[in-house]
Design a protein around this ligand. Sequence first.
Ligand SMILES: NC(=O)C1=CN([C@@H]2O[C@H](COP(=O)(O)OP(=O)(O)OC[C@H]3O[C@@H](n4cnc5c(N)ncnc54)[C@H](O)[C@@H]3O)[C@@H](O)[C@H]2O)C=CC1
Ligand SMILES: [Mg+2]
Ligand SMILES: [Zn+2]
Length: 276
Amino acid sequence: MSLRWQAALLDPSVPGGWAVVHCRQQFLLDDNGVLFPRDWLKRLDLPLLSEQGLGHFDGEPVFLFELEFSAEVPGARWQGLRQFMQEDDRDLFRLLGYATQIGTWASQHRFCGSCGSPMKLRAGERAMHCPACGVQHYPRLSPSMIVLVTRGDELLLARSPRFAPGVYSTLAGYVEPGESVEQCVAREVREEVGVAIHAPQYIASQGWPFPHSLMLGFHAEYASGEIVPQPEEIEDARWFAIDNLPALPARQSIARYLIELYLARRLGRPEPVLPG
Ligand SMILES: NC(=O)C1=CN([C@@H]2O[C@H](COP(=O)(O)OP(=O)(O)OC[C@H]3O[C@@H](n4cnc5c(N)ncnc54)[C@H](O)[C@@H]3O)[C@@H](O)[C@H]2O)C=CC1
Ligand SMILES: [Mg+2]
Ligand SMILES: [Zn+2]
């Protein structure tokens, strides 16, 4: 784990430190970056929904200002989390990914889902608490599987209509209540491309803040069936030869890691490093 970014519970009633400003997967940015002096931000009269202590970046305390709308701040602009992912600073992306998940959770749990009362931040724990009925809400995490299906020297890759033009990726999907991750892998592969697989092998995992997934990465060998793309979800799916692959997903994604790892093992090349 990196030393530059470390999550921690910080008390927002203590002044000082730095803050990032988030609204709907976007961060405020100026020529000095995304970290603003917190006491200076407080004087700006921003549309604040929630303030959270996040942790330490380069040893300095960092807080989050979660806004109701992306207000204009002179000399600053807004930039999306995906853009930060594609830039090279992994530690900064980890901080911003965490801030996104905490901010989204805090803004969506301002009122109790059971009785409608305003929720309060709990001391000593990352949790929202309803003083009226006692319900607690922790940050939301959605387990999702992601799988590379192969047939010898061929990789089964697919396109969602949301992808950048030409990009093909591994198959992914959310785990449903009552199923194991392995059952989810088999179900999603069947639903999205209509093929059957042999028992999937777990490879590695990755936290993924778009919006709050925990990606559980697998490899599976093809068993039977012809590719039939799921209408709406899958625009196109094909077998690609190992030496003739299409444009692939971002380097920082576990999708890319699963593909690169298979290529490395198959072709006897050095194995890639899992993006943290
Ligand atoms: N890190 C990586 O390399 C990659 C990550 N992913 C992530 O995997 C996750 C799942 O992938 P998809 O193919 O989009 O899922 P999917 O195949 O299950 O279909 C998405 C649909 O599931 C439903 N849904 C949304 N949120 C849900 C939830 N929390 N639980 C159950 N159903 C939900 C919605 O109807 C949505 O349109 C997404 O968060 C996506 O960003 C996907 C590909 C690569
Ligand atoms: Mg899917
Ligand atoms: Zn309540």
